[in-house]
Design a binder for this molecule. Structure first.
Ligand code: ADP
Ligand code: ASP
Ligand code: MG
Length: 415
């Protein structure tokens, strides 16, 4: 059993869909489950529609844009009487209805934003059928069970596993096409797994199906020593240990969603990262292995915020105070990316999600003088060498640095 995952960039236009279909056709005729994201930037557009609706602003222009984008792709792929057009129309009507379903903006977000994946998978499925592939479209919400944390659904592994295993007989004679990013709450509402979560969906299906491997098809030749958009000279890894890949994603390497590695590593399922523009390239295999002498690996995490809590009298910062800070962070579900303490203050850096961070600052201000800086970038260098270590420490605008024997982190004001 194999699992393929195709992201938004691979299906951003009709040529992309044709290319994905030809990768599937030349790979397997059955025992293949294909997870697909929304086309191109559809999720951003759907997010915008939800925000505009929530702020009682006009969103009709964005809705027209969404329809026109998908209509243009289907017009290029299907003849004009094809049944897919009716299905798309029905989904668009459901989307408009979902906008007014509740006052809970996160609940509405998941019902609306999930539409992107429903559309992309329907289009790919119908295209595969027309090409003679025995494709079966399934609704991922019937298989991935979550709790009701909208926008960040937590997977119910037992229930998901029981449901997903029912796909095994279907897979024996078909290629199954399904959505990334989405699941279902116990009440039967749609949930999403967090932005960029389709890689994670592929790992969930693969783990529950005991797949032999997962391939995520990307616009890069594999996992590289840095984002090639910033460092065109970055090197492609042939192979990486699970642990190294997991750490990279933790520090912010956006090529793989951070939750993807764990379920695969737990079942020892290799993850291949391959290029959809040139499937003949070997790509990167992430598996249980030992790789000596890895080159320095550079990861940028933008939109960081540094928060410093200073004691208000002349006492030193105590364990009790630190404990209170951590309890507040845990209650607000805020993750620390780097931290440092001194005699009278504790500083930490976190992703800047405005409403959460402002709530946090309000809570901390009850006990501390709180200072914060926004718009920062956290640069992490794993396996640094002397030259890279020096270059990054001396970078202009460094406001915090921390190093261990293998990892250097610098927080910079502007990059
Ligand atoms: P998807 O289409 O699956 O959503 P993404 O756009 O999320 O794919 O991920 C691919 C992008 O990740 C690449 O275009 C690249 O710019 C970026 N990236 C960041 N860090 C790395 C890295 N270390 N190696 C390869 N690509 C990286
Ligand atoms: N479509 C979703 C997003 O853009 C999920 C994904 O692409 O992985 O975040
Ligand atoms: Mg993506």
């Amino acid at each position: 059993m194999k699992v393929f995952k195709f992201g938004g960039a691979s299906v951003k236009n009709a040529t992309g869909v044709q290319n994905v279909a030809s990768i599937i056709q030349s790979a397997y005729k059955n025992n293949l489950l294909v997870v697909v994201s929304a086309m191109g930037k559809t999720t951003d557009l759907l997010e915008k529609i939800v925000t505009l609706h929530h702020c009682k602003q006009a969103y009709e222009k964005e809705l027209r844009e969404l329809k026109a984008y998908h209509a243009q792709i289907t017009a290029a792929l299907f003849h004009n009487k094809h049944g897919v057009a009716n299905e798309i129309e029905k989904i668009m009507a459901e989307l408009s209805a979902a906008l007014t379903l509740s006052d809970d903006v996160d609940l509405v977000y998941d019902q609306v934003v999930s539409t992107g994946e429903i559309l992309s998978t329907l289009i790919l499925h119908h295209y595969l059928i027309d090409q003679g592939v025995s494709s079966r479209w399934i609704d991922a919400r019937q298989f991935i069970a979550t709790d009701n944390s909208f926008r960040e659904g937590k997977v119910d592994w037992q229930k998901s596993s029981d449901q997903i295993q029912q796909l095994i007989p279907v897979l024996e004679t078909n290629v199954v096409v399904t959505q990334g990013f989405i699941g279902q709450s116990p009440e039967g509402l749609t949930t999403t797994l967090g932005r960029e979560g389709s890689d994670y969906s592929a790992a969930i299906f693969a783990s529950c199906l005991h797949a032999s491997d997962v391939t995520i098809w990307k616009d890069v030749p594999g996992v590289m020593s840095a984002d090639p958009r910033r460092f065109p000279q970055a090197l492609v890894f042939d192979e990486l240990p699970f642990r190294e890949a997991a750490e990279m994603t933790y520090y912010g390497a956006s090529v793989i969603h951070p939750k993807t590695i764990k379920p695969l590593a737990n079942r020892n399922i290799p993850l291949l990262v391959k290029n959809f523009d040139d499937p003949s390239l070997p790509g990167t295999i992430i598996h249980e292995c030992k790789v000596d002498n890895l080159p320095p690996l550079i990861v940028f995490k933008e939109n960081q915020c540094l928060i410093s809590c200073k004691v208000t009298d002349y006492t030193f910062i105590s364990e009790q105070q630190l404990s209170n800070i951590f309890i507040t962070l845990s209650e607000l579900d805020i993750k620390i990316n780097v931290m440092q303490n001194s005699a009278i203050s504790f500083s930490f850096c976190t992703d800047f999600r405005e409403s959460k961070v402002m709530k946090l600052i309000n809570r901390l201000q009850q006990n501390f003088e709180v200072y914060y800086n926004l718009g920062l970038t956290l640069i992490t260098i794993k396996n640094y060498d002397a030259a890279v270590f020096d270059a990054y420490r001396k970078k202009e605008g460094v406001i915090l640095e921390q190093s261990s024997r293998s990892t250097l982190q610098v927080l910079v004001k502007k990059f």
